[in-house]
Structures are given as C-alpha cells and as structure tokens.
Design a protein around this ligand. Sequence first.
Ligand code: DNO
Ligand code: MN
Length: 395
Amino acid sequence: MRQGWRWFGPEAPVTLDEVRQTGATNIVSSLHQVPIGRVWTEAEVAERKSLIETTPAGRSPLTWSVVESIPIPDAVKRMGGKARSEIEAWIASLEAVAACDIPIVCYNFMPVVDWTRTELDYEIETGATAMRFDQERYAAFDLHILQRAGAEAEYSPEDRARARAVYEAMSEAEIAEITRIITSALPGSTTEPMTVPGFRDKLAQYAGIDAAKLRQHLVEFLEAVTPAAEARGVKLTLHPDDPPRPLFGLPRIASTADDYAALFDAVPSPANGMCYCTGSLGVRADNDLPAIARRFAERIHFVHLRATKREGDGRSFHESAHLEGDVDMVAVLKELVAEDRKRDAASQMVFRSDHGHRMLDDLAKTVTPGYPAIGRMRGLAELRGILYALGVVPN
Ligand code: DNO
Ligand code: MN
C-alpha cells in the first residue's frame, strides 16, 4: 500500500514540505487551475510533476502517482453538444499525463453536482468540526430555494412538511450559506460553480436522461478512452457517487456493487478500474464494504479511506473519525492488503486518508473544506497503525 496525500497545488494551505512531515510518499493532485474541458499539455503536467518531485537536499522524495481528477464535462455525461470533441480533449489530457509516467487517473461521472454536503463545519462532540449531509436541509434547499421543477412529487408528505419547517426556521444568512455550499463546487470538484438559475438550466438539460441512459453514456465514454489508457499502461479509476444515491432528480450510477459490476461487464479492459472510497460507498447501509473490496479487488488501484456515521433514518450522515464510523476499516484493509500482496511494488494500491476533521490549530486557520492537514494526518496515522498490525509496512 502506498501512502497518498491529496495536494491542491502551489496555492494550497498545506505545502509539499508539510505533506512530507505526515509520512505520506505519494501525491494525489490535479491541474486544478485549468478550466474544465481545456486540454492539459504535456509541458504543464511535466512542470507540476517537477515541482512535486524535486526534493530538497536531505528530505524524503514525493512521487506524483495519481491524478485526481481529469474532470469530465457535462456534455459528455449527457452525450450532447460537443461530447465527441470533449472526449477527444479528455484523451489528449490523458496522453499528457501518461507521457509524464503518472500511472493512475481518477474521475467521476456525477451529473451537475460532484460531492455534496449541507454543512462544512458541523461541531461534533470532541469540539472538532466535520462535514455533514442533513437530508432535511437538503430537501429544504431542493424544494424552497432551488424550487426544482417536479421536486414536490419526489418527497413524501411527511418529508415535505419537515423540509418546510426547516426552511422556515432558516435565517437569511443560513439560506445564503447552504446555497453557497451546494452550488459553489466543493474542493476538487469536477463541476463548475453555479448560480441558482444556472443550476435549474443545467438540470433541464438532463431531461430524459435516466440511470440506464447515463450508464450507457459512461460505457460509451469508457469504450472511447480505455484503449488509450490501456496502451499507455494507465489505470482509470471511477470514484463512487457521494452520497451514493440520486440527488436533485439526477441519476447516479456508481453507487453500488451492481453499478460497478455492470460497468466492468460492459467494458472489460483492465484499464477500467475503481477508486474504492469507503466514505462515499459507506453511506448506504446496503453496501457491504469488505465484500465490495473483495469482489473488485483486481480493479482497485486507488483507495479513499474515511468513515461516515449515519444519523436518524439513515439518509443523513456526518463524517466521523476514520475508524469510528459505520464501516469496519480493519475488515476493509484486510481485503485490500490480501490483493496488494499479490502485486509488485509499482502496481500497489495508492491509498489516502480521504477528508479529516477540522481540529486543533486548523480551527483557527484557513483550510480547504474537508481537507485540513491535522485531521487528515490523524486519519492517515490511524490507518497506518492498522496496516502495521496486519503485518504491512506501507510504502
Ligand atoms: C469524496 C471525496 C471527494 C472526491 C471528489 C472527486 O469522497 O473523495 O473529494 O475526491 O468527489 O471528484
Ligand atoms: Mn472519496
């Protein structure tokens, strides 16, 4: 297992020198400054790689081994407009990444909104803060702020009543805050920030695209890109939907084991891989995380480890400490390690502690939401402990 760390680039609050101190060895990054859809040039990727991999004297080296993500424009997910040329552009970016010997690329296929939360700084009992998804606040936004066409019919009368009560209790500032959180595209998102009317327009463009259609579009995308990835020895890894269920009436198709099985059956190329994210998949009580790891072991190249704790009827959740959520992290790591033991060093999985609580000094600092240094390092340290206990010295 290779210890990864998501680094948001030269402007990020956490620097490469700080990453080194956490013990992580592998960088997960993207050209976050490039607008979605614009081709990455080899020179740009090489420049960023040299920034990451040029090691000050006496310091431990870092390797850029995962691109998370090359964003996929909405036109591709809809297979409308300029989809074909957008796919060509995506392949060109992939070629630039491959030319710089970065072996793993992460992507997701969530329409319009990437990962979604309703609160970024939810105070938990330790005094640290966590990200949270509250179903009632989400419904209040959907029904009363976004006022999405057709939304009413998708909620039960009880849910509608609760959403109305939550909305009516919100202050102007809270309304502005939840709107900002949902529309602003959280860090690392592969979607653009939106206004509320812009959001409605994007939703309208998805009229008639159900789960079967969206899956077909992903299969078409994979059929187009996997030959280039396979030829260059790059593994493409699909990040699961977060949360793993439809939002805003939009289909989501990377939420369950059956979803992934359908994609692997349709596009068997070994380049068609999985980013196994316990935090995303683990929100659903019907996802058996160790079983998913076992079933798709050979397809897993990149791993996000974090935990969530379901609240109430299970539709709301917050991000718990890495070992204290609903997922059995030891059982998960046992499965991943069993697979990793079969691999040579160069093809070992890269894992990162995905998200972390905002705690200690980070409470007073500017942090990237979800990605503060100390909370992530706490997670990484705990995960490393499990690995040692399993007899694995992580790279
Ligand atoms: C969620 C996180 C996200 C993820 C993006 C990818 O589980 O890992 O930050 O990286 O959704 O687009
Ligand atoms: Mn993740």
